[in-house]
Design a protein around this ligand. Structure first.
Ligand SMILES: NC(=O)C1=CN([C@@H]2O[C@H](COP(=O)(O)OP(=O)(O)OC[C@H]3O[C@@H](n4cnc5c(N)ncnc54)[C@H](O)[C@@H]3O)[C@@H](O)[C@H]2O)[C@@H](O)CC1
Ligand SMILES: [K+]
Length: 511
């Protein structure tokens, strides 16, 4: 990975890291109130784009700096001719620091939200009449589930059916995990500052944010060097430097040779989907290793993918001894059980780049440590691509939010773990992680995972390092899904990859 990535827009900051960025900037001579001014002004600009002239805007302000951003926005929007109603969750005497300064600078009338679980009928009515509600209740400082008046207010916002702009995070969403224990604001748009947070990309946070924009508030990217971020947004910027640009003087033998182990006659399609995707992803050659009973059906369906009969363990060993095959994929449609475990062990002992998916994962629940030892002894990259069910079977004791689970699993297994879903997390054993957000919901269809595993193998075959190959594969899979559109079936994905790769290569103009 390019070391300059830590300064890029792909960086995600946990609320603690954001606090560090804030402190480093303030200790570097920029007063905190100046950061808050810029944050509040950015919120006001975003709000102005969401409403007509002279709009009615209700701003809900919490007890911390998130509320402080709300006071600044209130001042700016009032000055711009909007009618602004300001509601404080706690009496202004509880404010301090920059939030108090922002409140004083605002100098506008406000009300305090009544105590108790219910909120006044008049406040609920006002929210329902607003052109826009600005949620400046809680942001990075949320440290417990919402309760009491805060919870009642959030419920009233969601019940109002009005457009909502969230400051930094929808109140109730945990910035580090995207979790919303209790309840959270459902926003149409969110303005955050300096860099996105994991909670903007992980569900349910992602859905609750609406569209996210990132405002520059004067924090310099240089502070990131001291913070050393390790969680990233899975965008091309993260891995473009490792994109396998074909050597103009190269040939197919210099672009890697992936072998995909296919299953018995009744389940041949999955491995074929993988093999086709590996080829589309740019592997120079792809061979489908087939059991004898499936040879005919595979032969009927394959053209550019080569076919090799592999009658049993001995034939497999023989094939693996050929070092021209530089990447192996096993799992899709392969079958679950002891034979699969033995095949995976034979593959990993050959110390090649390997992708283990589907049945190759499901065969190990009671033998997970055995698998991790084999992975640990293999210096080449190994990718595990479980969905939630496969993950839970392989790592039954690893619980918690998705980012934490994927990172623990990567650390324990020594593999790059691709924990799939609408917000796929890719985690490397060295602690790096990336969160993906470009996958359309209609990508959740039979065979889609086989294609993802195939793309990963195709990229590994071209020599892309494990973490980057997994990130590229997940992103391309999402782009191919968008390209194929609603109604897609897995067969549509490999052809759609062509357009996705072309767009990427055109963008880099280096292809
Ligand atoms: N860190 C930075 O660089 C900047 C931060 N800014 C703003 O500051 C915010 C963070 O400010 P704070 O750290 O003051 O945190 P918040 O304003 O998000 O909230 C902290 C306050 O809420 C209380 N609280 C937390 N969870 C609660 C719950 N469930 N129910 C009731 N009360 C609860 C805390 O006790 C504390 O009083 C950011 O989200 C952002 O909006 C901006 O002003 C710009 C600069
Ligand atoms: K908020």
């Amino acid at each position: 990975m390019n070391p300059d990535i830590v300064f890029s827009n792909a960086v995600l900051l946990t609320p603690e890291e954001m606090g560090q960025a804030d402190r480093l900037t303030i200790s570097g001579g920029v007063p905190g109130i100046e950061l808050m001014e810029r944050a509040g002004q950015a919120v006001a600009r975003a709000a102005a784009k969401m409403v007509p002239a002279a709009a009615r805007i209700s701003i809900l302000c919490g007890p911390g700096n998130n509320g402080g951003d709300g006071f600044i926005a209130a001042r700016c929007l009032t000055a711009a001719g909007h009618t602004v109603q300001i509601h404080l969750l706690k009496a202004s005497e509880t404010l301090n620091g920059d939030a108090l300064e922002a409140f004083v600078r605002m100098g506008l009338p406000h009300t305090v939200v009544p105590d108790g679980d219910g909120i006044a009928v008049s406040l609920a009515g006002e929210l329902e009449r607003a052109d826009l509600i600005i949620d400046a209740l809680f942001g990075a400082g949320l440290d417990r589930p919402l309760a009491g008046p805060g919870l009642a207010l959030v419920k009233a916002v969601n019940r109002s059916g009005r457009r909502v702009l969230a400051v930094d995070l929808p109140s109730g969403v945990n910035g580090a995990t995207g979790a919303d224990p209790g309840a959270a604001v459902r926003a149409d748009a969110t303005v955050t500052f300096f860099r996105r947070k994991p909670g903007h990309l992980l569900n349910p946070g992602r859905t609750l944010c609406g569209s996210v924009t990132v405002a520059d508030i004067g924090i310099k990217a240089g502070v990131l060097e001291k913070i050393g971020p390790s969680v990233f947004h899975n965008i091309p910027e993260l891995w473009l430097g490792d994109w396998p640009r074909p050597d103009p003087l190269g040939h197919k033998y210099t672009r890697g040779h992936a072998v995909v182990f296919g299953g018995p006659m009744s389940a041949t399609g999955a491995a074929r989907l993988s093999a086709g995707a590996a080829l589309r992803a740019g592997a120079g050659l792809v061979t489908l290793a087939s059991p004898p009973d499936a040879m005919m059906v595979n032969a009927c369906h394959l053209t550019a993918v080569m076919l090799k009969k592999v009658p049993g363990a001995e034939a497999m060993e023989e094939l693996l001894a050929d070092r021209r095959f530089n990447t192996v994929l096993i799992g899709p449609g392969y079958g679950v059980g002891e034979e699969t475990r033995a095949a995976v062990a034979a593959i990993l002992k050959q110390k090649r780049a390997t992708v283990l998916d589907a049945d190759a994962l499901t065969s190990f629940p009671n033998h997970a440590q055995e698998l991790f030892t084999l992975i640990g002894d293999n210096p080449a990259p190994v990718l595990l691509t479980p969905h939630d069910g496969e993950f839970a079977r392989l790592f039954p004791d690893i619980e918690g939010d998705k980012l934490v689970r994927a990172r623990r699993a990567a650390e324990r297994s020594g593999a790059v773990v691709v924990l799939k879903g609408p917000d796929t997390v890719i985690a490397a054993p060295d602690g790096r992680a990336a969160i993906n957000d470009n996958a359309p919901p209609f990508l959740a269809t039979a065979g889609s995972g086989d294609v993802l595993a195939g793309i990963s193998a195709g990229l590994l075959a071209q020599g892309v390092p494990g973490f980057e190959a997994a990130c590229q594969a997940v992103w391309l899979h999402g782009e191919a899904g968008r390209e194929a559109g609603p109604g897609l079936i897995a067969e549509d994905l490999a052809p759609a990859l062509k357009a996705a790769i072309r767009a990427l290569v055109d963008k880099t103009a280096g292809g």
